[in-house]
Design a protein around this ligand. Structure first.
Ligand SMILES: *[C@@H]1O[C@H](CO)[C@@H](O)[C@H](O)[C@H]1NC(C)=O
Ligand SMILES: *[C@@H]1O[C@H](CO)[C@@H](O)[C@H](O)[C@H]1NC(C)=O
Ligand SMILES: *[C@@H]1O[C@H](CO)[C@@H](O)[C@H](O)[C@H]1NC(C)=O
Ligand SMILES: *[C@@H]1O[C@H](CO)[C@@H](O)[C@H](O)[C@H]1NC(C)=O
Ligand SMILES: *[C@@H]1O[C@H](CO)[C@@H](O)[C@H](O)[C@H]1NC(C)=O
Ligand SMILES: *[C@@H]1O[C@H](CO)[C@@H](O)[C@H](O)[C@H]1NC(C)=O
Length: 395
């Protein structure tokens, strides 16, 4: 997998260098206004809603959803397989990797192992490919997340979900194949116990972790990938090799959404739990001051950046770079997003105005799959499928 990633990185850097010069700035635009409710060529529809019943045994919870989405899921896992086969044409490496990933599923903690096995069964897709989707998905999400507080102390949380596996540019359609294939897999989930909502999320069918979710009335949570050169993915290799003391990032966010009962408790779990890879956790609560970005390394918390109405920031905004450092020069979605946020001010911030920010190019780009808007106090979570018609940045 390391070799694959190395080759991948080389390809990415070459593509980045070639495209950046041409593509980066010309397609940036003025901050949008009055774009909500979504319509027009950027809007590709609403994510359908499914109930996931936590009272069912884990192996059965996903049956209905997967039954509806298995064709789309198969298309995507076939594409991923195809990309790997392109890197290792003999087929042997892919075969070994799949075998390893199948074995890996047996090491995943309850209820994730059971759920993933249930998904493989319901979809008829080999277990190794479902595991691959679950492992790689959380490593390759490049995103923009925002928590903001208005002048009355009400909090808003929103995110763009971009999928960053920089492979498979479709020249004819001018799009990323995997991004296009993820859009029809996007769903809004309502996790229930005793017929009552425990939490809600925006997800991809087939993925059992969480990258965006809300516990109504209590807190909201999103996760962004954090690239880290200093041994970023070593925890995942250690897990495969048998040293299993960290937690998968998307499993932690799922456990927090399912079982944490307050903003403070969620913050505590996200700050203290040992992880397999670095990440950003963006957390919002239900009252003034409850918004933060937690910058995580595998083993520790490097920084907690809080909203602070006593002279501190009224919003926190995270893409995929530490907030105290400059973003990568060829991937600066932060500066344009901040520029639009600063214009709105706490007086006019709302889910519709945040939607304006997130659908302004290049915050919106060819990797963007969807935008999710969350208001904890209104128990509201909305996910919109988005596209970025030309002219538009590839990332
Ligand atoms: C809204 O956007 C349009 C088009 O970019 C611009 O002309 C107009 O001034 C904007 N309105 C406000 C209130 O910012
Ligand atoms: C590209 O466009 C063609 C024609 O519109 C369509 O059939 C095909 O599925 C598209 N490919 C992808 C990957 O979206
Ligand atoms: C949930 O609702 C369904 C249909 O309304 C009902 O049949 C079922 O018994 C309820 N389950 C629980 C645990 O209350
Ligand atoms: C949440 O807690 C319940 C009860 O302890 C447990 O069965 C369940 O597996 C937990 N959920 C996750 C995702 O860890
Ligand atoms: C806000 O969250 C806390 C837990 O963090 C909860 O006790 C309280 O009831 C919530 N407030 C409202 C208005 O829902
Ligand atoms: C807030 O929005 C209103 C109506 O669009 C506008 O008149 C006002 O100038 C805005 N306030 C700020 C601080 O931008």
């Amino acid at each position: 997998m390391r070799v694959w990633r190395g080759a991948l990185l080389g390809a990415v850097l070459a593509a980045v260098a070639a495209l950046a010069v041409l593509a980066k700035d010309p397609y940036a635009e003025e901050c949008r206004n009055e774009s909500y409710p979504p319509s027009g060529p950027r809007f590709k529809g609403n994510a359908p809603v499914y109930i996931i019943n936590l009272d069912l045994p884990p192996s059965k919870r996903w049956d209905q959803l997967i039954n509806d989405k298995k064709v789309q899921l198969k298309t995507l896992t076939d594409t991923m397989r195809g990309i790997m086969t392109a890197f290792f044409p003999s087929g042997k490496v892919v075969h070994i990797l799949e075998k390893e990933l199948t074995l890996l599923s047996a090491t995943l903690p309850y209820p994730f192992r059971e759920e993933i096995e249930g998904i493989a069964k319901a979809s008829g897709i080999p277990l190794g490919e479902i595991v691959m989707f679950n492992v790689f998905y959380e490593i390759f999400t490049v995103c923009t997340s925002i928590v903001a507080e208005d002048k009355t102390g009400k909090l808003y949380h929103a995110r763009n979900l971009d999928f960053g596996l920089f492979l498979g540019w479709d020249v004819k359609n001018s799009s990323w194949t995997i991004t296009e294939e993820l859009r029809p897999l996007t769903v809004s989930l309502d996790f229930q116990r005793n017929n009552k909502t425990v939490f809600k999320s925006s997800n991809f069918a087939g993925y059992v972790g969480m990258v965006s979710g809300m516990k109504p009335g209590i807190f909201s949570l999103t996760m962004n990938e954090r690239f880290s050169i200093d041994g970023g993915y070593i925890g995942i290799f250690q897990w495969i090799l048998g040293k299993r003391d960290g937690m998968w990032m998307g499993f932690l966010t799922r456990a927090v959404l399912e079982n944490s009962t307050s903003y403070e408790d969620a913050k505590d779990q996200l700050t203290k739990t040992k992880l397999l890879a670095p990440a950003y956790f963006i957390l919002g609560g239900n009252r003034t001051g409850q918004g933060c970005v937690i910058t995580r390394s595998r083993l520790s918390t490097l920084d907690i950046w809080n909203i602070n109405t006593n002279g501190g920031p009224w919003y926190v905004l995270e893409t995929n770079y530490d907030h105290w450092e400059d973003p990568f020069v060829l991937d600066d979605r932060r500066t344009p997003a901040r520029r639009c946020m600063d214009r709105i001010t706490p007086e006019n911030i709302s889910l519709p105005t945040i939607f304006d920010v997130l659908t302004t190019k290049p915050v919106l780009n060819k990797l963007t799959v969807s935008t999710t808007l969350i208001s904890v106090t209104d128990s509201r979570i909305e996910t919109y499928l988005l596209g970025c018609p030309d002219p538009c940045n590839p990332w």
